[in-house]
Design a binder for this molecule. Structure first.
Ligand code: HEC
Length: 151
């Protein structure tokens, strides 16, 4: 009986593997420090209860609470660029891959993703390396893991 239980656990973890593969690959602790240095001049992370989890009161960029897995361009009342609006209409989500591409060079990434050179993004910051981008994603994910992904 015990052996069967162990075997079914092993099977369950095999089945769960694709979901686990979506766990962030970066280092959340390093991401926290990077966020302080690079993002809080424009962004805050404020949860639904109004608690500020990161940043102070910058409003140049949208609140990044629950950004992992969120559809692009969905913060109420924020005036997004035509680029972010186009991504929103396409239903583009901030998966790790999309986030990592976007934050390293927003406008070219938007143009390529939406296949249109008429589009622009209004975020002027560029994250210097792919590794930093992964760490930033891991940090934002750790503040608000998408539903069903544990906590
Ligand atoms: C100079 C100001 C500025 C800085 C610095 C900045 N951002 Fe932004 N960010 C913006 C603006 C403005 C937007 C809205 C973009 C648009 O509408 O095209 C934005 C949008 C975003 C979005 C899309 C949000 C959504 O609601 O879809 C993400 C993700 C993001 N920023 C992440 C970051 C991260 C991570 C950093 C730090 C590495 C950062 N930003 C640094 C100004 C900034």
């Amino acid at each position: 009986m015990k052996a069967t239980f162990a075997a079914s656990l092993a099977l369950a973890s095999l089945i769960a593997a694709p979901a686990l593969a979506q766990d962030p690959s970066g280092d959340a602790e390093s991401g926290a420090a990077l966020f302080e240095r690079q993002c809080i001049t424009c962004h805050v992370v404020v949860n639904d209860e109004g608690e500020t989890l990161a940043g102070r009161n910058a409003r140049t960029g949208p609140n990044l609470w629950e950004i992992a897995g969120r559809t692009a361009g969905t913060v109420d009342g924020f005036r997004y660029s035509n680029g972010l609006e186009a991504l929103n209409e396409m239903g583009v989500q901030w998966t790790e891959e999309n986030f990592v591409g976007y934050v390293q060079d927003p406008t070219p990434w938007i143009r390529e993703t939406a296949d249109s050179n008429r589009l622009r993004g209004s975020m002027t910051w560029k994250v210097r390396s792919e590794e930093e981008a992964h760490d930033l994603y891991a940090y934002l994910y750790s503040l608000a893991p998408p539903e069903g992904e544990g906590s």
